[in-house]
Design a protein around this ligand. Structure first.
Ligand SMILES: Cc1cc2nc3c(=O)[nH]c(=O)nc-3n(C[C@H](O)[C@H](O)[C@H](O)COP(=O)(O)OP(=O)(O)OC[C@H]3O[C@@H](n4cnc5c(N)ncnc54)[C@H](O)[C@@H]3O)c2cc1C
Length: 404
């Protein structure tokens, strides 16, 4: 086996999942993560279709099921806060039986626990430069001394540092979807218990959920990106953008906005997809959101990260570490799967957030009628069809012969 020393940037989902598989195949991965430590909890993410197969092959399916959100369901509301429909947990999350939902931080913690005995993690650090030569990729860090690796993997998310260093500035590859998202913890004043509330007002969604009455709730706001988007590092400008977008809205919105400046964890970003002509260059390859972010609107970013990690490691092992063979094969396997899921994300933005009051009204009317529709199951089935197709649009190869 050649090229066994692999540096992975990013310790969320794609990075540790790749480290897991590489270790099993006899590589020596090192993971560098900018954050000083793992961040627990956070927002909930889905694992659908083939991704569930991947976590079962990793042997962590049972742990994920034990920590699944197990949401009972949710209520759809008018802008004024009047309940119009109630759906079960799987239906409101557009999941098939067998699909899973877990907090992103919990999944990251499981992946870290599974790998930390055998994988070197460098928290609170980041790559500052990568230069390649015949003998390897020479990497300098913000804090750690320079080192040489055989391969470098950018699994460092939508705003990937490896992508910027080795492929070009983000705007070259990012395709904004015209919407912004804010997510933060708030007191669970409605005592929501594995319950979600979704309030849709033309072009805007305010969402509130909690996993336990005794735990904080998570508020999530989705809205059209303002003409002058706030700076990614300017917290106050981001707070202002959310408050401006939802000014005058009813339901619990004023209370949630009032809690926003006091929250302990505020996440803000514009929804975007990453589209690149190639995911690799020489000894460097991108994985997960860094390479092919489908956006949170697709609900498939976590699944793509997990499946991509499985395929990249498997192809590297099968090619005995030869990246000239493995990187193009990884891309060939993953591209059609990624493209279908990215389309899902673009379509979801159009459907989730009705652009006009008339469409918002039509959406609410449909939700209101849903419980009485003789074909209710058929309506949900119709929504599920493209999601199910995209979530299963890859046949996993078996790389077992490459296992140590
Ligand atoms: C609000 C929200 C809701 C979502 N809902 C869903 C959902 O329902 N279903 C779903 O499948 N997906 C969902 N997603 C998307 C999902 O979280 C991502 O697609 C998934 O986490 C991608 O994993 P990743 O490991 O590729 O990247 P990320 O999870 O973005 O992780 C990147 C990691 O790299 C680190 N990093 C960044 N820059 C550097 C650097 N320069 N050096 C070192 N480390 C760095 C970051 O700190 C982070 O730990 C949602 C996302 C958001 C924001």
């Amino acid at each position: 086996m050649k090229n066994t020393r692999v540096l992975i940037s990013g310790a969320s989902i794609a990075g540790p999942a790749l480290a897991y598989w590489l270790r099993r195949y006899g590589f020596t991965p090192t993971v560098v993560e900018r954050a000083p430590a793992l961040r627990p909890g956070g927002y909930k993410v889905d694992l659908r279709g083939v991704a569930v197969d991947v976590v079962d092959r990793m042997g962590i399916g049972a742990q994920i099921r034990a920590r699944a959100t197990d949401m009972r369901g949710g209520t759809w509301l008018t802008g004024a806060g009047k309940a119009v429909a109630t759906l079960g947990g799987d239906a409101i999350g557009f999941r098939d039986p067998g699909d899973l939902e877990i907090l992103r931080g919990d999944l990251a913690q499981i992946l870290h626990q599974e790998t930390s005995d055998e994988v070197e993690y460098l928290f609170g650090d980041a790559i500052t430069a990568i230069s390649e030569s015949g003998s390897g990729a020479h990497v300098t860090f913000e804090r750690a001394p320079s080192r040489t690796f055989d391969l470098v993997v950018g699994a460092d998310g939508l705003h990937s540092g490896v992508r910027t260093l080795s492929f070009g500035p983000e705007p070259q590859f990012a395709q904004p979807l015209g919407m912004s998202i804010a997510v933060f913890s708030v007191p669970n004043h409605l005592s929501l218990d594995r319950w979600e509330m979704v309030c849709t007002i033309a072009g805007h969604i305010a969402n509130l959920y909690s996993l336990r009455p005794s735990a904080d709730a998570t508020a999530q706001f989705l809205f059209p990106t303002p003409q002058r988007p706030p700076d990614r590092h300017d917290l106050h400008a981001q707070h202002r953008a959310v408050a401006d977008a939802f000014a005058g809205h009813g339901w619990e919105v004023p209370r949630l906005l009032a809690a926003m400046p006091m929250t302990r964890d505020f996440y803000f970003d514009s929804l975007a997809q990453i589209s690149m002509p190639s995911w690799s260059s020489g000894r460097i390859v991108l994985l997960g959101d860094a390479a092919y972010c489908p956006s949170p609107a697709s609900g498939q970013g976590t699944s793509l990260a997990l499946v991509g990690a499985y395929v990249l490691a498997g192809e590297l092992a099968e090619a005995h570490g030869d990246h000239h063979t493995a990187f193009p094969r990884f891309e060939q396997e993953m591209r059609p799967f990624v493209e279908l899921n990215q389309k899902l994300g673009r379509d979801a933005v159009k459907q989730m957030v009705p652009a006009t009051r008339l469409r918002a009204w039509a959406q609410l009317a449909m939700m209101r009628m849903m419980p009485y529709m003789p074909g209710k199951a058929r309506v949900i089935e119709k929504i599920m069809e493209p999601i199910r197709e995209a979530a299963n649009a890859i046949t996993l190869k078996t790389y077992a012969q490459a296992l140590r």
